[in-house]
Ligand binder design. Sequence first.
Ligand SMILES: Nc1ncnc2c1ncn2[C@@H]1O[C@H](COP(=O)(O)OP(=O)(O)OP(=O)(O)O)[C@@H](O)[C@H]1O
Length: 291
Amino acid sequence: MICIEAQGLRKVHRGGKGVLGIDLSIPSGRIVGLIGPNGAGKTTALNAILGLVPYEGSLRVLGRDPWREREAMMQDVCFIADVALLPRWMKVWQVLDYVEGVHPRFNRSRAEHFLSRTDIQKRSRVRDLSKGMVAQLHLALVMAIDAKLLVLDEPTLGLDLLYRREFYITLLNDYFDHDRTILVTTHQVEEIEDILTDVILIGDGRITLQDSMENLAQRFVELKPRAETSDAARHLGPISERLIMGQPIMLFDGVPHSELAALGETRQPRLADLFLVLMGQNRGNRKGAGA
Ligand SMILES: Nc1ncnc2c1ncn2[C@@H]1O[C@H](COP(=O)(O)OP(=O)(O)OP(=O)(O)O)[C@@H](O)[C@H]1O
């Protein structure tokens, strides 16, 4: 089943920026990273997907039109913009009461079970919790909501490394199953790449790459050639070459692994390296096209 499907999705803000016509197809049961530099259009795309802004083109989320059928769609969708933010004046038990009152799919005992694994006391006020504890509380609330799609926009902003790691591990172990879909944007690519099943790279309002992690691993290979094989490697057309301690490291797209392995040390590139190269190319092409 397809969870999110967009064709020619366009939301242009005053000033001409936003999402400039994108096609998307996200099947259910995936963990998808929407990755892009500042101002790429990630939040704009998420806002359209959540039915918060009108848009042009076609968009279906869980089979519904987010703008026209938002209320029905949101029964199955959970959204977090910032896990470290909850009303500061509320006590923890009041937050539980509130979510129980407004969300038909909230399972209070499940939330309390998650909270019992933390140091959070139900009588504490949110303002007296540390940022990391607020994130744990927020996560307990979200994980107790039986949603089909969870949208996270920079969820771990401002949290320290330990809480960030715990956030994603808990989400993966205690929440994700193959009926749910998680769509997450973050600048901390290296922290989530191991949990993603799919990646969408977006830059200047356009999608540069959309693929599964499996396919990316097949497609892209990094090679550290031996001194005598560097020229042969260059003939195979790397899409980028950088020097690390005087040694060339080349990135290839679609060149068979066996061919590269014969020329030196190969490894799978980190998503952050791929991101930098593909975004750099994208910018280069734009400038070239505009020149
Ligand atoms: N309401 C608005 N009015 C005018 N321009 C906007 C508005 N919202 C966003 N933009 C512009 O649209 C572009 C995309 O913004 P968006 O917030 O979607 O990017 P983003 O990828 O989420 O960025 P970041 O990683 O910095 O949060 C930016 O150039 C931004 O300045």
